[in-house]
Write a protein that binds this ligand. Structure first.
Ligand code: PLP
Length: 482
């Protein structure tokens, strides 16, 4: 064989191996319920099964695949299992996986329009589709002053929102001269940790992030926000950023956007809305109440990689005024200058997020939306919400368990009445069984179990089985305690 070709995988082998891998994936999904949902491996177990040095000469594809089964599979927590009810979902689907494969096939780096026009234009178009699909404010469309961009995660999107807000309020001087020490930001005590992280990275300082207290439903109390902003202004501070959450991580609480929005409008503060998981629910008209007041937002994000059947990573980030975002993040070294950019007729997404390079992520989202159609997405979201509501109903009717928070959508926060240690023990036993996977949080300082329905293949029988397992495990534990 020619020296130059000796090491590559030939196209014929690629096709053959690819078919083998697709068959492997099919079998994996067929058997997914036979694996323990949460990986049962001990720390270091996977590494100890791997050779200490990389191979000097290449292995066959069959050898690699065998090691996937032998070494990797035991270390997988099966996020795509229908018995996965932990965290928030990260659901995938056939069309998304295939779209992602095609993205890898093209292997384009879409940093600017000129490096692959389709990568930019499909993204702009799909993000406009989503504004209609979720009935988001029109100001987020590319035909207005705003627009959307796909980011890797909600954490990155929130960081971009903080940076844009910082630049806007300091008239773009923080980028040049360093950060302003008077800036203060606000979010609720239930906001995701990514907001605190963004505030730290943006140089605002954790001490300048005010965590506003929540009401009994774990939603931000707007009157306390108003009070705190007032206090800060009197102390000579400059309030510049508020993050409201639509569907908090702990309990799916919905911050009152309208009341918060009015406060932000009054004080001219940037309002960012983080709807990481729950935003997808708005594909169904009956769940659009979650976005009431969104018209006040300067930026908004949600993750198709959580609940819209689009495998990780894929966050949709929208801004009402793209000029601010672009001016905040824009760089133009000589080697990226080109005629299309200079004409002003194209979008260069490298100026819309932190990294320069970017994958062709819109392909998988396009495949998903075209495959399911709006109708298919609505069907599955409704089904997940219905199953979670049914589960919540069973909890309510069982005298040993109680709900700990309202259940607006697909997350149920509940606990056994026997106390924190009992619930922690119950969670351990359930997860060790491998039959299902749940995680916990603390609400009102009480150890709380979270049951989130959002996996692609979760059906009623899985939820029924999970509830039975929870009750049986609890009653066995009860007997050992007494
Ligand atoms: N915001 C909320 C409300 C979340 O629940 C999460 C993750 O669960 C995030 C942000 C962070 O998401 P990502 O992993 O996309 O950064």
């Amino acid at each position: 064989m020619e020296e130059s070709k000796k090491y590559h995988m030939s196209l014929d082998d690629f096709e053959h191996n690819g078919q083998e891998l697709l068959s492997w994936i099919k079998k994996y999904y067929e058997n997914i319920e036979s694996y323990p949902v949460m990986s049962q491996t001990a720390p270091g177990q996977i590494r100890s099964a791997l050779p200490p040095k990389a191979p000097q000469s290449g292995d066959t594809f069959q050898d690699i695949l065998q090691d996937v089964e032998k070494i990797i599979l035991p270390g997988i927590t099966h996020w795509q299992s229908p018995n996965f009810f932990a965290y928030f979902p990260a659901n995938a689907s056939g069309p998304a996986i295939l779209g992602d494969l095609l993205s890898s096939c093209f292997g384009v780096q879409g940093m600017i329009w000129a490096t692959s026009p389709a990568c930019t234009e499909l993204e702009t178009h799909i993000l406009d589709w989503l504004v209609d699909m979720l009935d988001l404010p029109n100001k987020f469309k590319s035909s207005s002053d705003g627009g959307g961009v796909i980011q890797d995660t909600a954490s990155s999107a929130s960081l971009c929102a903080v940076l844009s807000a910082r630049e806007k309020v300091t008239k773009f001087s923080s980028n040049m001269k360093g950060c302003h020490d008077k800036l203060v930001a606000y979010t609720s005590s239930q906001a995701h940790s990514s907001i605190e992280k963004a505030i730290k990275i943006a140089g605002i300082g954790k001490e300048n992030l005010r965590l506003i207290d929540v009401d009994k439903e774990f939603a931000m109390r707007p009157e306390l926000l108003d009070e705190q902003i007032n206090k800060d202004i009197k102390r000579g501070k400059i309030p510049f950023f508020v993050c409201a959450t639509v569907g908090t991580t702990s309990s799916n609480a919905l911050d009152p956007l309208e009341a918060i929005g009015k406060i932000c409008e009054w004080y001219q503060i940037w309002l960012h809305v983080d709807a990481a998981m729950s935003g997808t629910a708005a594909v169904c008209p009956e769940f659009r109440f979650i976005h009431e007041g969104l018209e006040y937002a300067d930026s908004y994000c949600f993750n198709p990689h959580k609940w819209m059947f689009t495998n990780f990573d894929c966050d949709c980030f929208y801004v009402a005024d793209r000029k601010v975002l672009i001016e905040t993040l824009s760089i133009l070294p000589e080697y990226l200058r080109n005629k299309a950019t200079e004409s002003g007729a194209v979008i260069d997404y490298r100026d819309w997020h932190v990294p320069l390079g970017r994958r062709f992520r819109s392909l998988k989202l396009w495949f998903v939306i075209r495959h399911y159609g709006i109708e298919g997405l609505q069907h599955h979201i409704r089904q997940h919400v219905k199953l979670a509501q049914q589960f919540a109903d069973w909890v309510k009717r069982d005298h040993q368990f109680e709900l700990v928070a309202p259940v607006p959508l697909n997350l149920v926060c509940f606990r056994h009445k026997a106390g924190d240690d009992f619930n922690a023990n119950l969670l351990d036993k359930l997860n060790q069984s491998g039959e299902l996977y749940l995680t916990h949080t603390k609400l009102n300082d009480c150890y709380t179990l979270r049951f989130c329905v959002g996996q692609t293949s979760t059906e009623q029988r899985h939820v029924v089985k999970a509830w039975r397992k929870i009750r049986e495990t609890a009653s066995k534990l009860d007997k050992t305690v007494h």
